[in-house]
Design a protein around this ligand. Structure first.
Ligand SMILES: *Cc1c(COP(=O)(O)O)cnc(C)c1O
Length: 478
């Protein structure tokens, strides 16, 4: 399988060539040259496979430069019931992503948040950790991952990379601005290859430092600086698997069709759903849910894609969906415009210049229904009401992001197909809003009791690019 850039660069790298990198040289995103098609016979054969084997079969279609037995071993190491151990009572952790019915045959949660950091990013990031270690060892290379986080992504990256040979993680976070639980999750890691840096500033300051360091080409090359951001193709590829697993879990035969609802921010999760559907998985609708940061809902309703400025971005109680632009959206638009890279390059010339584009009067927009997308948005009040409703009707507690999904899913139920809402985090991560909605605390997994009292390992420093560079140099020692 070869990969192309959405903006038309003529290189055709393979999976391992793009694993450790980010954007294509022309600023585009990587996608497979074509989506592999899954035959009915194959789908029938996959229905009862355990998660790790299913992951291997699906990923084999995208990863043709790792020997099959190695890839299978990586999938088996990654997707275990020990790693994904936070299944709801009554559900089987060895399913990795169990389907939890609220109304049997009609409405379900797909549990994607049973990994170490209790959010769906573990699904892809844990695989990435094992792939990085494998490829770096094969090449005799090292990488120093530099990132900024306000919560979910940073902790998922740290839990995926801890103890991995050839990998160090330098993760910047805004000092004193994360919850005590989030701080404890990250800072209590004692692994030698994990470095937490708390910057006395806001998340944007931390993000700016990461950009400044990455833009210093000489420093970046000398200290082998890399990233694990949401445009990483391997993360999207890993996420395709649970759409298949969720489909099998929600149906009795491959004649049925399922709708999925996806709480969305950077369009990474739902992009994987779009690809699964393009491969032939019988998905009816892909329902995209946003919070108040509704740049994607606006596009699907109007054909206008208008990224927001930082000052226009709302701080909400579903913070992992607080985005101003959706970094993976270009992948879908590439398919929508018939995979014409000149069209994509033209549209993103406007977007990268701070502008917007409007497809409403084009044949592309008229084709949207073929892709199955519909959308909706949710507000803080909607989240509270939905959390209460799901608790009262089904005795199930959901987190704020999943509540955004549930709110929009209920508006788009077909009555014919089951609606499966992707559960992107566990409620304990957002206890404050859960208390506001229900007047009670969410349950905490036993092993995380008292985590706030564990010793923490974090360097506090001013938001200063040079200070961060010095810290990296001291700890890389090259
Ligand atoms: C990252 C995240 C999202 C958004 O996912 P995208 O792939 O960026 O669309 C939703 N919910 C939670 C809890 C997340 O961590």
């Amino acid at each position: 399988m070869k990969y192309l850039s959405t903006r038309g660069h003529d290189a055709r790298p393979e999976f391992c060539d793009i694993l450790l990198g980010g954007l294509a040289p022309d600023g585009g995103l990587y996608l497979p040259e074509q989506y592999p098609q899954v035959s009915r016979a194959e789908l029938d054969g996959w229905r009862t496979l355990p998660y790790a084997e299913l992951a291997f079969r699906i990923l084999s279609k995208f990863v043709t430069d790792i020997p099959a037995e190695d890839l299978r071993a990586i999938c088996q190491r990654t997707y275990t019931a020990e790693v994904y151990r936070h299944a709801r009572p009554g559900d089987d952790a060895s399913d990795i992503t169990p389907v939890h019915w609220l109304e049997p045959g009609r409405l379900a949660l797909l549990e994607l948040s049973n990994g170490p950091t209790l959010a769906f990013k573990d699904m892809a990031m844990q695989l990435l950790g094992n792939l990085f270690e494998y490829v770096l060892e094969r090449r005799g290379e090292e990488i120093n991952i530099l990132g900024a986080t306000s919560g979910d992504t940073g902790s998922a990256a740290e839990y995926a990379m801890r103890g991995k040979h050839g990998v160090r993680v330098f993760m910047l976070s805004p000092h004193g601005r994360m919850s005590a639980f989030q701080r404890a999750q990250m800072y209590s890691l004692q692994d030698e290859n994990i470095y937490n840096i708390a910057v006395t500033g806001m998340f944007d300051d931390a993000q700016d430092i990461v950009k400044a360091v990455s833009n210093d080409a000489a420093f970046k090359a000398r200290y082998k600086i890399g990233a694990v951001n949401s445009i990483n193709w391997a993360r999207v590829a890993a996420q395709i698997v649970y759409y298949f697993k969720g489909y099998f879990g929600a149906t009795a035969s491959n004649d049925e069709t399922v709708d999925f609802c996806v709480p969305s921010g950077n369009f990474g999760n739902i992009c994987a759903g779009h690809i699964a559907r393009s491969m032939g998985l019988p998905i009816g609708r892909l329902v995209l849910a946003t919070n108040e940061n509704d740049v994607l809902d606006e596009f699907f309703r109007s054909g206008v894609y208008r990224p927001r400025r930082t000052a226009e971005t709302h701080v909400t109680s579903s913070p992992s969906m607080d985005i101003s632009k959706a970094s993976n959206f270009e992948r879908f638009v590439f398919d929508l415009v018939g995979r014409d890279p000149r069209v994509v390059a033209g549209l993103w010339k406007d977007v990268d210049g701070g502008g917007a584009f409007d497809l409403s009067q084009t044949p592309y927009y008229a084709r949207l229904p073929e892709f199955g997308f519909v959308s909706g948005r949710s507000t803080h009040a909607d989240r509270l009401a939905t959390i209460r409703k799901v608790w009262e009707q089904y005795s199930v507690m959901i987190d704020t992001h999943t509540a955004d999904g549930m709110k929009v899913a209920l508006e788009h139920r077909s009555g014919e197909r089951p609606m499966v809402v992707l559960e992107t985090a566990l409620p304990v991560k957002f206890a404050e809003t859960l208390r506001e909605a229900l007047g009670r605390d969410p349950e905490r997994p036993a092993e995380l009791e008292g985590i706030e009292a564990l010793p923490q390992r974090v360097a506090v420093m001013a938001p200063d690019v040079e200070a961060v560079k010095r810290f990296i140099v001291e700890h890389v020692g090259a």
